[in-house]
Design a protein around this ligand. Structure first.
Ligand SMILES: [Zn+2]
Length: 412
């Protein structure tokens, strides 16, 4: 068995682990276990004796402390084994473009799929590196098998280099991240970690410590329904009330199509109904809880104003919490980010902190009691046939994981 991060990566991406949003079983697809089982076996072969897959398809393992310090926080490294339902992950044929010279890369099984500098960000940083792509018919699965391979390679390195001191290191591989269920059956008490890092980020040197905060809003409008031939002066059509509400949303701000960086939005995602009753579903996003509440109050204001013109209609306005910006948790434990920055600097990188305009398993884990920012895995253009990663970036990620284990021990 070959064990470099590259060999591991090539082996893992050829196993189809696509998850399924329509499935109610857990994991959502049984084939995810094919990779989970392999990882547990490989961890045992490395010498990590408690490695196992639980009944839900999660892989748990511990690299025991080799330090005589007793107060070292227990750190967990986490990646997901599944790939996106958006693009096929069956029969992935990884292609290595060695010592890439910067010219266009047309994928061999579909020449219309081309990686070009200028169209794919960060690609211009990779000249001279070995780039891995899929062959044109599938995604590559670097999201998140790059992270899986990096954690595996770092684990093996730590076991084979006992001169590197570290505390207990936990490894967690989860199913179903891509369908939003990656933390559903995780057992954090059993995991027993104090802090975590998901290894699922993009460009080398990046570190993500912020996500959106997210709520959903459901407005249910009850109009006054009559036979349309006899509606004079009585009919209050819920379909038109809904249209009035949507028409009052600002056109040049507060929407996904008009915002970026740290701006949030109010986004209608579904309208359903008949003249008697209509439901509008929204997602609300911001980086602060206060910002979410402001947007919800604004939307409620629109609803109240519209309803004034329909005196016999009523509406129900229901807010539901989805997830919160993990920074709210991470700010209480600044050493998590500081140590990650230190680990990157020791690998010769300039760490860059970024925010994610979305949620991650890390944000859920953070609020479940495992503060967990996201560090780079090198994966790019994920959920597409143009997905790519470079061998050099994966090797850097392995170095950063090893450094992190060391930094936490030194600072304890
Ligand atoms: Zn991912």
């Amino acid at each position: 068995m070959k064990t470099s991060v590259l060999d591991r990566f090539l082996r893992y991406v050829q196993i189809d682990t696509q998850s399924d949003p329509g499935s109610e079983s857990f994991p959502s697809t049984a084939k995810q276990r094919d990779l989970s089982n392999l990882l547990a076996v490989e961890l045992l072969e490395i010498g990590i004796s408690d490695a196992h897959v639980d009944e839900h398809g999660y892989v748990y393992a511990t690299i025991p402390s080799n330090s005589n310090k007793t107060q070292i926080p227990v750190i967990c490294f986490c990646s997901h084994v599944d790939t996106s339902p958006d693009v096929s992950g069956a029969n992935v044929k990884p292609v290595i473009h060695k010592n890439w010279d910067g010219s266009d890369i047309a994928l061999p099984d579909d020449h219309t799929q081309v990686l070009r500098i200028g169209e794919l960000h960060d690609l211009d940083q990779q000249i001279g590196n070995d780039i891995i792509t899929a062959s044109g018919k599938t995604l590559l699965g670097a999201d998140n098998k790059a992270g899986v391979a990096e954690i595996m390679a770092a684990a093996e390195y730590l076991v084979n280099h006992p001169e590197i001191r570290h505390g207990d290191i936990k490894i967690l591989f989860t199913p179903d991240e891509e369908v939003g269920r990656g933390t559903e059956k995780v057992d954090l008490a059993k995991l027993g970690a104090d802090y975590g890092y998901t290894v699922d980020g993009e460009a080398v040197g990046t570190l993500e410590n912020e996500t959106f905060s997210a709520d959903s809003v459901r407005i249910t409008i009850s109009g006054v329904s009559t036979h349309p031939g006899y509606g004079l002066g009585k009919l209050e059509n819920a379909v038109k009330i809904a249209a009035d509400i949507l028409a009052k949303l600002p056109k040049d701000t507060l929407s996904p199509e008009t915002t970026s960086d740290k701006e949030g939005f109010i986004h209608p995602v579904q309208v359903e109904g008949i003249q008697e009753k209509v439901t509008i579903s929204f997602i609300i996003r911001d980086f602060t809880t206060a910002g979410l509440h402001e947007k919800e109050a604004f939307l409620k204001g629109i609803l109240d104003e519209v309803l004034k013109q329909y005196p016999n209609s009523t509406a129900d306005f229901k807010v539901q919490e989805q997830y919160r910006n993990m920074k709210e948790v991470l700010d209480k434990y600044p050493q998590i980010i500081e140590n990650a920055e230190e680990a990157m600097q020791r690998a010769g990188l300039d760490p860059v902190c970024r925010s994610i305009r979305g949620g991650t398993d890390g944000s859920r884990l953070s609020f479940m009691g495992l503060p967990c920012p996201n560090i780079f895995a090198g994966e790019h253009a994920f959920h597409s046939k143009l997905e790519w990663v470079s061998v050099q970036d994966m090797e850097k990620a392995v170095e950063v994981i090893v450094n992190l284990a060391r930094v936490w021990e030194e600072k304890a």
